[in-house]
Design a protein around this ligand. Structure first.
Ligand SMILES: *Cc1c(COP(=O)(O)O)cnc(C)c1O
Length: 374
């Protein structure tokens, strides 16, 4: 927390704007939209709800197809299932770990041939790194397929000078507890289409028709953000840039201390992009050490680390769904990253003392195994 959150929350209490909505929500929406350079935003209860609203705005229905990055958190794709639509998963490419343009091209060509283009492409910006938007947006434009930018992990990042959260027809953010700024729980739908944002507000407040009485002609949802939580969000926006530099500092310290070890590679940062480095992620050479080995060693020291997201095309939930891989043969890029990738402790408040402990533990693991292998 920044320390200013309670001021905003107190103001909400003093003015009795507890629920529903209120001035903190309005201001928080404007602040986020301004930050990313978009014309407007709708504050909602979660990032997942924001993705769901984006699909509703695109009129996604049963049987429709949605293309989605495979290497991501399940929340990117769950709303596809809410709508009874069919996800098709697209592999990563090695330079950003995000959606592969050649894989997307093949998927779009096939879909076009079958006269079955997707209703949307959900492009995820993994761990803060923005995807290869130029190539991906060009392809989506060519086939006139709208893009939903899942920027849940990339608030504060930019691509060729443009901030993440303004690349899709709709972009979404999450303010869940683990994200770079948080409202404890919350999300935002961002767009330059004012009419659509109005419609999103309608769907997010039980689709109440304009009438004196309670009148409903469409199915709606209860997805709006509380004025109390939006107060937290406003205080968090004030420290967003500071959080980004803290996270980048954590990343570069790891890189400086561990980058020289053989068998370790850090998540790249594409030229002309700026990652918020939400999490510090690296891959190891599987011939040297395995991810479970490192995670177990860290756990012995009470240090929590996690593998990279398990690709959605490998999840039992999505068994049998179509998948387009980056290369024509061999293991997919996303599966390789999953097998060999680890997210190290990356909190904005990580002390150098604690970070040094993580670093020496990882070093010890590598030195031990390389001694054994010798
Ligand atoms: C966190 C996250 C979401 C979902 O956000 P919630 O606010 O937790 O619903 C969606 N996509 C990605 C990539 C995320 O990391």
């Amino acid at each position: 927390m920044s320390g200013q959150e309670q001021d905003y929350i107190q103001k909400a209490f003093d003015s009795n704007w507890i629920a529903p909505l209120g001035p903190n929500v309005d201001a928080f929406e404007k602040e986020i939209a301004k930050y990313v350079g978009a014309s407007g935003a709708v504050g909602v209860s979660s990032g997942t709800a924001a993705i769901h609203l984006a699909l509703l705005l695109l009129d996604v229905k049963k049987g429709d197809r949605i293309f989605c990055s495979s290497l991501t958190f399940v929340a990117s794709a769950n709303p596809i299932l809410y709508q009874g639509a069919e996800p098709v998963f697209i592999d990563s490419e090695p330079e950003t770990w995000n959606m592969s343009p050649p894989a997307l091209r093949r998927a779009l060509e096939d879909a076009d041939r079958q006269n079955n283009l997707p209703k949307a492409v959900i492009i995820v910006n993994l761990y803060g790194q923005v995807a290869k938007m130029k190539e991906l947006l060009e392809l989506c434009d060519e086939y006139e397929v709208p893009v939903i930018e899942d920027a849940a992990e990339s608030l504060g990042s930019s691509y060729f000078g443009k901030r993440s959260g303004n690349f899709g027809k709709y972009s979404i953010f999450s303010f869940n507890g683990n994200k770079i700024i948080t409202t404890s729980g919350g999300g935002m739908l961002v767009s330059n289409h004012e009419d659509d944002l109005k419609k999103a507000r309608f769907f997010a407040t039980q689709a109440k028709d304009p009438a004196l009485h309670y009148q409903h002609s469409q199915m709606g949802y209860n997805y709006r953000l509380s004025n109390i939580l939006a107060g937290m969000g406003r205080a968090q926006v004030e420290v967003l840039n500071q959080r980004v530099s803290q996270r980048r500092k954590v990343f570069s310290y790891y890189q400086q201390k561990l980058g020289g070890l053989s068998g370790i590679e850090f998540m790249p940062e594409l030229k002309n992009t700026f990652s918020n480095r939400w999490l510090s992620v690296l891959t190891v050479d599987p011939e040297v050490i395995s991810i479970p080995q490192i995670i177990n060693e860290l756990e012995k020291e009470n240090i929590e680390a996690r593998p990279v997201w398990k690709p959605l095309h490998l999840q039992p939930l999505f068994e049998g769904k179509h998948f387009y891989s980056h290369g024509e043969e061999g293991m997919s890029v996303s599966e390789k990253l999953f097998n060999n990738g680890i997210c190290l402790p990356s909190g904005s408040n990580l002390t150098q003392y604690d970070q040094d402990k993580v670093i020496s533990c990882v070093k010890r693991c590598l030195l031990t195994v390389s001694a054994v292998n010798r």
